[in-house]
Structure formats: structure tokens, C-alpha cells
Write a protein that binds this ligand. Sequence first.
Ligand code: GLU
Length: 491
Amino acid sequence: MPAESLSHGEKPRVRFAPSPTGFLHVGSARTFIFNWLFARHNHGTMVLRLDDTDVERNTDASVQSIFEGLRWLGLDWDEEYKQSERLDLHRKAAEAIFAKGLAYRDFTPAHAGDDNQSGSQGAWLFNPGMRELSREESDRRAAAGEPFALRYRVPRGTDRTLRFKDGVYGEQSKLADEVEDFALLRSDGMPTYHLASCVDDADLRISHIIRGQDHLTNTFKHLLIFEGLGAPAPQFAHLPLLVAPDGTKLSKRKHGPVVSVTTYRDAGFLPQAFTNFLCLLGWSPKNDREFLPVDEIKDLFTLENVNRANAVVNFTEEDPFDAKAVWLNAEHLRALPIDELSARLTPFLVEAGFQAAPEKIAAVTPLIRERIRLLREAASAADFFFLEKLPEYDPKELVPQKGDAALARRVLQHAEQVLATTTFDHASLEATMREAAATLGLKAGPMFQPIRVAVCGRKNAPPLFETMAVLGREVCLERIQEAVSKLDTLA
Ligand code: GLU
């Protein structure tokens, strides 16, 4: 939906309206982000509204999890509301719609599907017995305390077509005759999602409703409610569904933790990388770039660039994260200033049980930055910096490819000697070790491999001299001596 669809000078007001019935779903996070991008791109207002009228399904834990997830994403909002604090408004609106003759009381014992958000067609379109009840009888039964649901009196037999232009999916239409008489109030007096949502959207002067495609068919009901309220309908834009590799809608029940935002946080995604990834699920910039900071996405973002096709989140049982998400995370990690990355890595190192001074983490960070894709991987990439004792390794690793244990021993013993006196900084270590190689008549490879394995416990490790400088003389010498004794075990 182009910003031009706003009247001149008017700033958009959008809302993110999660129902606190579970953790923050990746699809909800994407809806939040797209609303945020639209609001910020157009200098509008971002409203956060908790759709918490479904008292049976709401939980405090879910409210916490939603806020925790949103705070982690690090994107802000300007106004905050709770539907449960606005029930009077919803009920008054329902009364006003009823007073206009646009709704009727349904005294049938509670219907399943009263609060049907899914838009699925009920088994009935309207309840003739109740729709045609005279006002006198309806009033009499209500006064006698008989419980009732309040239903919208959808126009029947009029050939009326309900229409709207969706900002993503284009022209939409449906015959009013095909829309059931949906509930506005449930028999316990609570507003349904449809009523509460539209009343609040009208009252909060929401100009653009940007939400999941699963709400597209609900929009026809919402158009009727706005009409009943005498309020102009906002513009609508529905976002393509997020689906699993097999094409099924991403769901917590079916796909488990991969659907929860906190799973990404706990695995060590950076919020900016995760946001970048979510933006590419259904939206793409015209220039096909993928690695984008959120500020840049905000500048580029338009709803016209949102695709209609379902967006696939790729994962397998062994590999729970989409390869693109992981790649983007590695890119964002590398783009972070070292001190910020150090701060991000710290909780993961602490969780892995490493006690490390901030200065040490700061020194290690540039050495592992190119070697990790997720923050969590720092624990295994950097363990030898923090562990007092190296994990067991195969002494054969100490032996250079074209050499034997005797050569490895010679290298290590010579290194032990020269390292006892050299200064432990990058430049001195490099000069000393190159000189040592020359003394022994060795190339860099056979010289450095035994030392690398001795101090890191593996061949695949960060640059050697920087690593040794961080580890310090004492640790390096101790580990080299230990390596020498390990060589003894090789027959
Ligand atoms: N509470 C609804 C949901 O979580 C909001 C839908 C809407 O944006 O209207 O799906």
C-alpha cells in the first residue's frame, strides 16, 4: 500500500496486536517488524495492543514471552494498550450496533466457533430462529436473564458484494450472503476478537492494518463491523504465510521450538540478523541485496515489494535453522564493533561455564569472529582460551603431515626454549617462531602445526601468534610440555 494512499500530510497509525496465548511466534515477529518498518518509513505511529480478551487461553507467561521477544528484537513502539482494559468500549459499541438493528441476540446455547478467528465457514450461515426473533421477545428473554450471544445481522439476499483492496493481495471481494452471522459478544458477555479488534482499531484511529494472510477472510466481517460502527475502514495489507519446507503452515504444535523467537535468541542469533532474515520472508528490496541493516530496510521498505507467495522457512531435524538465517547472522556478527560483539558473546561463554575477565573476552573476540556463525558457537570455538586444562586430543595431531613424532618433539622442545624468554606479543612471537623454524631448517607448516595443536588442542584454530599472545607465556609453556609428554605415548 503506497504511502500515497494516505491523505496529504496524514501520518499512518499501525498496530501489532498479538494474542497472549503462547510464545512469540516467528510469524508474529515478522508481522511486528513489517508494521514497524511501515510506521517508521512513513514517520507514523506504532501501536502495540495486547489482544487479551480470550481469558481462557491467555497466560501471563505468554505476555512475558511476547514482551521478552519484542524487547530482544530491539524495535520500539509508541503507544501500548490492553484490550482487557477496554471492555466497556467494546460492549458499548456492541450495544450501538444492536441499537441500529445490525445485530441480534442469539439465545441458542453457546456455539462452538463463536470466536472463530480462522475465518473458516461455520456449519451454518445464520440461525433463522434467532435472527427473526421479534425485538419484544428478544428483550423479554434478555430481561429474564437468559444468556445470549450477540451476532451481526449480515445482509441476506441482497446480492451485496463486500470489497476491499488489499495492499498486498489486491482486489478482494465476497458476497455478503456467504458470510455467516458472526458473533460480536459471546454468551459470557466478552467481546469476540472481531468486535474488540475493530472497535479498538477505530478508536485508536488505526489507518493501516498489516497482519498475517490467515486473517484475510476475516476482513469481510471487519468491513461490516466498521460500517456498523459508522467508522471508516482502515486500509488492509495481509502478509504471506510462513510455511515449513513441506509447505504446511508453520505451527508450534507441528514444528516445535523452531517457531519460537526465543529459540533463535538462545542459539545466538543477533536480533539485527534475525530481523534481516524475517524481512526477507515475504519482502525483498528491488536490488536483490540480502545483507541489510534494519535502518536500511526501513528506508527501502514499501508494501508493494511484499510478495504474495508463501515464504518458506527452511529447516530439518538435524539443522533447525534456515541456512540463510545462519549466513546472515555470520555477516552481522562480522559487521559488529568488537566491544559490542564481546558483550554479546559474554553470556554464552558464561553459560558454557567459562569464568573470564571482560578484557580477556575482548581479546579473544577478534580471533574467533570469523570462525563462528552463531554466538553460541563461541563456546566451542574459544574453549581453549578459557579452560585450565585442554580437552583430550589425539597426540597424532601433533605430528606434521610430512614428519614423525621425533620431528614434533624437536619443534616443541625448541619452541619451549625460545618461548621462555621472548616477549609475548604478536610481533615478537612471530619473529621468534620464524627464526626458530629457520634454525631447525623447517618451513612454517611443519613448524607451526605441533605448536598450534599443543596450545589449542586442535589443528583448526585462530591465527597462532595472536592466540599465543592472549594465552600468555605460562599457559603456552605448560601446554607445550604436556604435548611433549603426550608424544611419549606414540610408539
Ligand atoms: N490478535 C490477533 C492475532 O494474534 C490479531 C489479528 C489482527 O491483527 O487483526 O492473530
